[in-house]
Design a protein around this ligand. Structure first.
Ligand code: PGA
Length: 255
């Protein structure tokens, strides 16, 4: 099978995950540089920025006249009520978000989010009209043990059981091998392609049209070869999304 493009027509998407980084001052400089740079390079990819919750209104204002979309990094499974410290999908939507990252491995590992909770959050995102970006991926041990597809299949399966396959018509999936996040080690394009193809297969007819992103140490120098694979539609970018030149170069590689 030829794993190189062109494949079915899916719009490339690049998502910036700022994680717990930023300040009002640095956000403004970064977003202004991104908006100006993207306008100058007039790319065709969709681009979304996911800052920490507290900076969403600032980012919404700075991105208002741009083509960039806004997203949250997490959301509560609840819509409202006595849940101290939580932020709901309703609030994200009201603040101008189109996307929300769900089940990032840092949330699964550091904040004990289970497959079931991730599925509830996925459903909550959809119920508020947000597009969930569902993160899946295996740990280093699971990878070394040859369990990658089984782990990714299980993580997808719990969400499919909860919301049904049709719900994936309004979602994005990001394959992020845990061992590649923030480590400088990325999956080879061929290995990532194999997992992406499996994700599509698992999603049935939705698999043909859904955007499937790769994440984990995507940088300007490896983005072109990763994004050239038939089933990789773009990236979920952590560290490199904090530098305007790097992030713009990655967006350029996507389209
Ligand atoms: P990284 O993070 O690009 O810094 O590896 C990716 C992610 O966590 O989404």
């Amino acid at each position: 099978m030829d794993a190189q493009k062109p494949g079915p027509q899916r719009r490339p998407l690049v998502v910036a995950n700022w994680k717990l980084n930023g300040s009002r001052r640095s956000n403004q400089a970064l977003l202004e540089a991104l908006v100006a740079g993207w306008k100058a390079q007039s790319g065709s990819a969709e681009v979304a920025i996911c800052p920490p919750f507290i900076y969403l209104p600032q980012a919404a204002e700075l991105l208002e006249k741009s083509e960039f979309y806004l997203g949250g990094q997490n959301l509560s499974q609840y819509s409202e009520g006595a849940y101290t410290g939580e932020v709901s999908g309703k609030m994200l939507a009201e603040t101008g978000c189109r996307y929300v990252i769900i089940g990032h491995s840092e949330r699964r590992q550091l904040f004990n989010e289970t497959d079931e909770l991730v599925a509830e959050k996925f459903a909550a995102a959809l119920s508020h009209g947000l597009t969930p970006i569902l993160c899946v991926g295996e740990s280093l041990e699971e990878c070394d043990g040859g369990h990658t597809l089984a782990v990714v299949g299980r993580q997808l399966g719990v969400v499919i059981d909860k919301v049904g396959l049709e719900a994936f018509a309004r979602a994005v999936v990001a394959y992020e091998p845990v061992w590649a996040i923030g480590t400088g080690r990325h999956a080879t394009p061929a290995d990532a392609q194999r997992v992406h193809a499996y994700i599509r297969e698992r999603l049935g007819v939705q698999g043909e049209t859904i955007q499937v992103l790769y994440g984990g140490s995507v940088k300007p120098d490896n983005a072109p070869e990763l994004f050239a694979m038939a089933d990789i539609d773009g990236g979920l970018i952590g560290g490199a999304s904090l530098k305007s030149e790097d992030f713009l170069a990655i967006c350029r590689a996507a389209g």
